[in-house]
Structure formats: C-alpha cells, structure tokens
Write a protein that binds this ligand. Structure first.
Ligand code: NAP
Length: 514
C-alpha cells in the first residue's frame, strides 16, 4: 500500500504510516506516501558517483537515443498511465495532455539531441574571437556538464509531462536526476519511472525518485547542482531562499503559478469566427484537467461593449459540460485532484466573487455523472465577471480549478495596464484578426509573458491552443510566474551546462573538441 521510492537502483519503502492519497473520484485510499527513513544522502552520492559517470560516457546523441528508448517504453505502456490518471480525476483528454504530451516532449528532445548536438560530450559554442592584433590570442566558449545532479520537484497536476519535460534536458546535458513528484499524484510519476526502469533504457543512476518529503536534501546541494521546481509561488519563494541557492549558488529554475490572460479584439464581434474561437478556447482552458493547469486562462479581457455577449456565449458552452467520473459515458470534465484542492478552489472563488459575481456555475453544487458528487472532488466550472477592474482580487487570486474571470477593457492603454497587473505570466493569448491591434497588444504584453499565442480564423486549424507549452518554445514566465525558463528546445539543455570562456592561442582553441 505504501508507495515505493526508486533509489540507488532499487525500490525502497519509507517507514511509518505516511500520508494517505485518496482516489479523486471515489475517495478510496490509493496509496500512502512517506519518505521517512530513506537514505537521501546515499541517493545523492549514488547519482554523483554512478549516474554522472554513466551519463558522462555517452555523447549527446547517445543520450538522446537513451531518452528516445525511455519515451518509447512509456508509449508502449501508456494505457497503464491512463488508468492511474483516471484515479486522479483525469479524463482521457486530460491524460492525453499529461501522458502523451510528456512522451511527445521527450521524443522532441531526443530528436533535438540527435540532430542538434555534437557527437561529443562538450559543445563548442562559437567561433574564436580574435583578442589581439597579431592573431596569436583569441577566445571562445565551451559548454560542459557540471559535476552535479538535477533535483526536480514537480507539481501535482502534470505527474508525467512535468517529470519528462525536466528529465529530458537534464539527461541530454548529462546530469543524473532525482525526481520528487508532488504527493497527490506521486503514484502516477512513480509508475512512469517503473516503466522506464523496467525498460532498461537509461544508464544506472540516471534517474531516481523520492516519494514523499525531502528533508535535508537541499543541504547536500551546491554550485554544480541544478534544481528545477514547479509549483506554487509560495513554495518557490521558500526553496529559492535556501542556502543551497542563496549561498552555494545551485542553479534554480522556478515555474510557479500565474494569472494568465486572454484578450478578445474589438473586431471580434458575434458572428465573426474569432468571437467563437475565443469562447471555445476559454471553455477548453477551464475544463481540461478541470482547470488545474498552470497556463489556464484566469483573466479573460473583452471589450466593454462585448462583455454581455461573451458572458452569454461562454455560459451556453459551459452548460454543455458534463462533469463526472472519467470513465462514465459522456463525461467531458473530470474531478479535481482531491477534496482539499476543492476546498482551496472554493475559498479562492469566494475571494474572486467578492469583487464581482459568478455568472455561470455554483461552487457548492454540481451534477455528477457516474460518481458521488461529495465523495469525489467534483466542482462545477465557474465563470465569474468583475466589472470593477481596479479591484485587486482578479489580478492576484489564482483559483487552481475550472475557474476564469471575465473583465471589460476600454482602450489599448487600459488593456496594457490590466495585463501588467498579473505581474508576470506563463502564457497569454490574443484573439483577433486585426493585425494592428494584435501587434500593439503583443508588444505591450511581451515583457510580462513567457509565451503569447495569437489566434485567428486562419491559424485556428493548426493552432496548438493557449494552454499547451511546446517543447521547441520557452515555457516559463517572469515575475510571479517564477522567473524561470524551461523547454525552449536546446536552450533548456544549455541552461544545465556550464559555459566557460576559453582564452589562448588558436591551435589550443581549435583542439578543444578533438
Ligand atoms: P506546491 O504545493 O507548491 O508543491 C509543489 C511541489 O513542491 C510538490 O512536489 C511539493 O511536494 C513540493 N514541496 C513543497 N514543500 C517543499 C519543500 N519544503 N521542499 C521540497 N519540496 C517541497 O504546488 P502544487 O499544489 O503541487 O501545484 C499547484 C501549483 O503549481 C499551482 O499554483 C500552479 O499554478 C503551479 N504550477 C505551475 C506550473 C508551471 O509550469 N509554471 C505547472 C504546474 C503547476 P508535496 O506535494 O509532497 O508537498
């Protein structure tokens, strides 16, 4: 019953009762999570000794091949991950985002590593730059693998994708990984690690997993190590202030929560395709993963003259959503991860509603298909409206569930100010076919965003959607969103490597990669 951790090449059971993790749909206990008594110092030493050495023997394309083999092993057994995901409330559509999205991300990275990195263990980044008139002295940069490890702390909402998008660049960079999944969905991440382990795709020590807390782990980390964190802004702030980061300068990348926005252009009146694209996208973002997506649209800005029409159109679509057990017929939205999460979302909705009103859905009542509405962590999708845009709540409170707030804007200047009040976001979108309007909004909003998606009738067919990060592009955002950058193609691999400037004679600089 107790979830096991994969450390030093074997599965270990923590001591004590542990924390029970409930099935999001039935309330039954799925597993218990504890890391008590596990030897994390030995795990770190094993990663440094065995994992680092094994990965160091592989060139970048060889690591890419190992990553690809791990991803294919997961693909082969993905049904098992879908079934476990359903216990966390995820529908098949939700699991596709997490499981297939994670596998796809790993495969993209494997392709980038095979085609875009040298058949070597170091990267020569640039051509020599002459530093003297006589041509006998020059400089260039190399990237090498730090003599450290990658500790990856993930949020509960994407146990597979969140793990693989961090594992992939770390592995390519040659850093052994210790994964610490979030407790509520650790059993899904642990099963993915079990599949990888049983496939034998990765060299020994390349991946370990701790189920449960990691007390003392940061004391073991220093300047050669990398910490990748995803979760709430509060936890990010706590971990960022650890001496491992502040004194010993472990690299720290944070992906935190954010009040992502979507903007409807004034041209997109009812009857225009962009009006429907906006309403559809908002409903998708509210309902996929029951809105438990760091990139979901929390603030929907629409022209003041269109807010009634948008409100009606979105409410009509939300009325079609069928909430229930992921395996029940017709269900289009599953459960939140647990009852505590539902309480947290209800509390956040109460704060948001104090600034305006709920226009669709009831936080205390929901009709549920195929399950008990109280035992399972079900919640109705909730659309709010705040007309007093000066209020702080809609720009500050993240309700991490199927919740979004409509707000009116007057002109472009006001819109720019409202966007900025999110204080830094992962993803924004602009839905309009007015090129001038789009350009002005994007240029004003770019500094506040890690990614901005523009949607119109021409791009809609191929558009990957507001909420889906692409491995080729940066994921992460400034300010409140954590200030980090993940993915972004090979940029993420480079971020794990040490860049060293070399100075010397041309012969030495040419010989460095031989
Ligand atoms: P959380 O409570 O901050 O937890 C995140 C992770 O940190 C979990 O694995 C948690 O472990 C761990 N943790 C907590 N305290 C720790 C400590 N002292 N030392 C080491 N690890 C510690 O966040 P969450 O509830 O899992 O996730 C929801 C939040 O994540 C939302 O706010 C969402 O916006 C954000 N999020 C952001 C992104 C992104 O890419 N930017 C993606 C997904 C989610 P335990 O579970 O064991 O406590």
């Amino acid at each position: 019953m107790t979830l096991r951790s994969y450390l030093e090449g074997a599965w270990h059971t923590g001591a004590g009762e542990g924390v029970p993790v409930a099935d999001a749909v039935t309330g039954e206990t799925v597993t218990r999570v504890t890391s008590e008594g596990l030897d994390l110092a030995a795990a770190v030493a094993y990663a440094r000794r065995t994992g680092l050495a094994a990965l160091g023997e592989l060139t970048f394309p060889q690591r890419a091949a190992a990553l690809k083999a791990a991803a294919l092993a997961l693909q082969e057994r993905r049904q098992e991950l879908y079934e476990l995901s359903a216990r966390a409330g995820a529908t098949r559509r939700d699991a596709a985002v997490d499981v297939d999205g994670g596998i796809g991300t790993a495969l993209v990275y494997a392709g980038l590593g095979r085609k875009g990195l040298p058949d070597h263990t170091l990267i020569v980044e640039d051509d020599p730059v002459p530093l003297g008139k006589g041509g006998t002295f020059a400089g260039r940069h190399i990237l090498t693998t730090p003599r450290g490890i990658s500790v990856q702390i993930n949020a509960f909402n994407f146990p597979v994708w969140g793990m693989l998008e961090k594992l992939a660049p770390a592995l390519l960079a040659g850093l052994p990984t210790i994964v610490k999944p979030a407790t509520p969905t650790a059993y899904i991440a642990a099963h993915a690690v079990r599949i990888i382990e049983e496939s034998g795709a990765l060299p020994p020590g390349a991946i370990q997993l701790v189920a449960g807390g990691v007390p003392g782990l940061f004391d073991l980390l220093g300047g050669q190590d990398h910490i990748g964190f995803t979760g709430s802004a509060d936890t990010a702030a706590r971990l960022r202030s650890d001496p491992a980061v502040t004194r010993r300068s472990a690299r720290f990348n944070a992906e935190a929560d954010s009040l992502n926005c979507s903007v409807l252009g004034p041209d997109a009146v009812p009857g225009q395709p962009e009006f429907d694209l906006f309403a559809d996208a908002l409903v998708t973002e509210m309902t996929v993963k029951a809105g438990q997506k760091c990139t979901a649209i929390r603030r929907a800005f629409v022209p003041a003259s269109l807010i009634d029409a948008v409100s009606e159109a979105v409410a009509a679509r939300l009325a079609q959503v069928v909430v229930g057990a992921p395996d029940a017929a017709g269900v289009t939205m599953g459960a939140l991860v647990g009852l505590q999460q539902r309480e947290d979302v209800r509390a956040a909705v109460a704060r948001l509603a104090s600034a305006g009103s709920i226009v669709s859905g009831d936080p205390d009542k929901v009709e549920v298909a195929g399950a008990d509405a109280e035992r399972g962590a079900f919640l109705s999708p909730l659309l709010l409206r705040v007309d007093d845009v000066a209020r702080q709540e809609p720009h500050e409170v993240e309700a991490f569930g199927p919740v979004s707030t409509l707000m009116p804007y007057g002109g472009i200047a006001e819109l720019g100010e409202l966007i900025a009040r999110g204080e830094g976001s992962l993803a924004g979108s602009v839905v309009s076919s007015d090129g001038d309007f789009v350009r002005q909004v994007v240029l004003g909003a770019a500094a506040h965003h890690g990614r901005i998606l523009v949607l119109d009738r021409d791009s809609a067919g191929e558009s990957t959607g507001h909420g889906i990060p692409m491995p080729q592009l940066v994921h992460g955002g400034p300010g409140r969103a954590g200030g980090g950058q993940e993915e972004g193609g090979l940029r993420a691999v480079y971020a794990h490597l040490q860049r060293t400037a070399l100075q010397g004679g041309p012969a030495f600089l040419d010989s460095i990669s031989q």
